[in-house]
Design a protein. Structure first.
Length: 420
C-alpha cells in the first residue's frame, strides 16, 4: 500500500532498483513494517531508467550453468516468465550469461512484487537529509511536490546506488578519482532493423570504421555489444559512452546531450555501412544515461579483487556473486574483463553490507563495501537482487540492535529461498 508519512517503520529502504525491491520484499516477508522510497515514477533502477535489456549475475559462466541468485530475484524472473517477458539465459560474445527481459514488463512486475509483499511504498519521493543521534539514524527528511516531510524508522537500507543515505547520515564513504571512475553509457534502441542484420561485434566494428573514414561522428567506441529485442525488429546498442560525474547535475547534463548526439551518429553510420539498417530509426534512447559508479561505502569488511577472482568463501556469506570483473574505464574502448576462478562464484559476507559509522544502516546493490575492481563485478543487477535481499532481512532481523545475528539472518534468507 502507499506509504504513510506520519508513522514509525521497522525498516525503510531508500532506492527502488533491483536491490531496493529485494530489500523491501525481504524485510516485509520477515514481518517488519517496511517502507520503500523511490525518486522515479517507477521501480527498477537501471533496468527501467536506462532501458538495460538484461539481468546479469544470475548464472555463472560454467557449463552447465549454475544459478547463484534465488529468493526475490527468482520471484521477479518467475513473474516475468509468466508474462512471456523473460528469455532463457543468453551468452554474450564474451561468454557472460545474461537473462534478457522486457523493460516495460519489469515495471509492472516490480509493482506487483512490492504490493504483494505488504510493504508500503512511495514513488516521486526524494530523500534530502538524515537525522542522526549517536551514530544511529533516527529519521530521514524527504520531499515531494507538496513539500518536506519526515519518516522515522528503527533501521535503514541504502539501495540508492549513489550511497546517498550513507553520505547524508555521515557514514564512512569514499569517491574514486575521476580517472578511476567507470564511464556512463546511453543505451540506444533502434527500430526498423532487418531480421537478417549481422550485429556481431566485428561487423559493428567494420561499419563504424567505414563511417569514421567518411567523416561521420561523434562516436566514442569503435565496436561494442548489440542485441536483438525479442519479438521485434529492434536492436539495442551499448555504444555511446561518456565520462560523467553521476553526482553532479552539470556533468550529467553535458553527458546526456553529448550521448544523444552520439546515438544519432551511430544511426547514420549503421544506415550507410551495416546492411539491414537502411530503414532504421531511433525508437528510444536512455531515457537516462546509465551510471555505473559514483560513491562507495566503507563497511566492516571490504570485498577485494582477490576475493572475486579467487572465488573466496566467507563464514558469514549471505549472497553470491558470479559476474566477472567488467571495467569500463575508457570511453573509447571495450570493457576490460577479469575472470572468476573456474568460472565459479564468490561469497558476499554480511560484514560488507554494514556501513561503518552508522549503527543501523545496511548497504545493498552498488553501495556494498568493495574495492574498485571488485565493484566492477558486484554492481550488476542480478547480484543486486541478492545483496538487497540480504540487507533487507538483516535490517528486519536486527532492527534497533547492533549485533549481526548472522545465524538468524541466514536462516531467514534460506526460508525465503535465497541462495547463500
Amino acid at each position: 500500500m502507499v506509504g504513510k508519512k506520519d508513522c514509525i517503520y521497522d525498516v525503510v529502504v531508500v532506492g527502488g532498483g533491483s536491490a531496493g525491491i529485494a530489500a523491501a520484499v525481504g524485510a516485509a516477508d520477515f514481518g517488519a513494517r517496511t517502507l520503500l522510497i523511490e525518486r522515479s515514477p517507477y521501480f527498477g533502477g537501471q533496468a527501467t531508467n536506462c532501458s538495460i535489456p538484461t539481468y546479469d549475475g544470475f548464472f555463472t559462466r560454467a557449463e552447465p550453468l549454475e544459478q547463484v541468485v534465488g529468493g526475490v530475484g527468482q520471484k521477479v524472473i518467475d513473474k516475468l516468465s509468466m508474462m512471456n517477458a523473460c528469455q532463457q539465459p543468453l551468452r554474450s560474445p564474451w561468454g557472460n550469461v545474461m537473462v534478457p527481459v522486457n523493460n516495460e514488463a519489469v515495471k509492472f512486475v516490480l509493482d506487483s512484487c512490492i504490493e504483494e509483499s505488504g510493504a508500503d511504498f512511495l514513488l516521486h519521493t526524494q530523500v534530502i537529509d538524515a537525522k542522526v543521534i549517536d551514530g544511529e539514524i533516527k529519521a530521514i527528511e524527504c520531499v515531494d511536490d507538496n513539500g518536506k516531510f519526515t519518516i522515522n524508522a528503527l533501521a535503514f537500507v541504502d539501495a540508492s546506488g549513489e550511497c546517498n543515505l550513507a553520505a547524508m547520515a555521515g557514514g564512512e564513504i569514499f569517491t574514486p578519482k575521476s580517472a578511476d571512475m567507470q564511464v556512463g553509457t546511453l543505451l540506444t534502441r533502434y527500430g526498423g532493423v532487418s531480421q537478417k542484420v549481422d550485429i556481431r561485434p566485428q561487423s559493428i566494428k567494420e561499419a563504424i570504421s567505414k563511417a569514421r573514414s567518411s567523416g561521420i561522428g561523434p562516436m566514442s567506441k569503435d565496436s561494442g555489444f548489440a542485441m536483438r529485442v525479442p519479438g521485434s525488429n529492434d536492436v539495442i546498442t551499448i555504444l555511446a559512452n561518456e565520462c560523467v560525474d553521476g553526482l553532479d547535475s552539470a556533468s550529467l547534463t553535458l553527458a546526456e546531450v553529448a550521448a544523444r548526439k552520439q546515438a544519432r551518429a551511430y544511426l547514420q553510420a549503421f544506415r550507410q555501412f551495416l546492411p539491414g539498417f537502411e530503414e532504421a530509426y531511433i525508437s528510444q534512447s536512455g531515457p537516462q544515461i546509465g551510471i555505473r559508479e559514483t560513491r562507495h561505502t566503507v563497511g566492516d569488511y571490504m570485498i577485494t579483487r582477490e576475493d572475486v577472482i579467487q572465488a573466496k568463501r566467507h563464514e558469514d556469506a549471505i549472497a553470491r556473486g558470479c559476474w566477472p570483473v567488467e571495467r569500463h574505464s575508457n570511453p573509447g574502448a571495450l570493457a576490460a574483463y577479469e575472470w572468476i576462478l573456474n568460472d565459479s562464484y564468490y561469497d558476499i559476507p554480511l560484514r560488507s553490507l554494514k556501513v561503518k559509522g552508522l549503527k543501523n544502516l545496511w548497504a545493498a546493490g552498488r553501495a556494498v563495501s568493495c574495492d574498485l575492481i571488485a565493484f566492477a563485478s558486484i554492481r550488476v543487477m542480478g547480484t543486486a537482487f541478492a545483496t538487497g535481499h540480504a540487507a533487507g532481512v538483516a535490517a528486519a532481523v536486527c532492527k534497533g540492535e547492533y549485533t549481526f545475528q548472522i545465524d538468524q539472518v541466514k536462516k531467514e534468507l534460506i526460508r525465503q529461498n535465497a541462495i547463500i
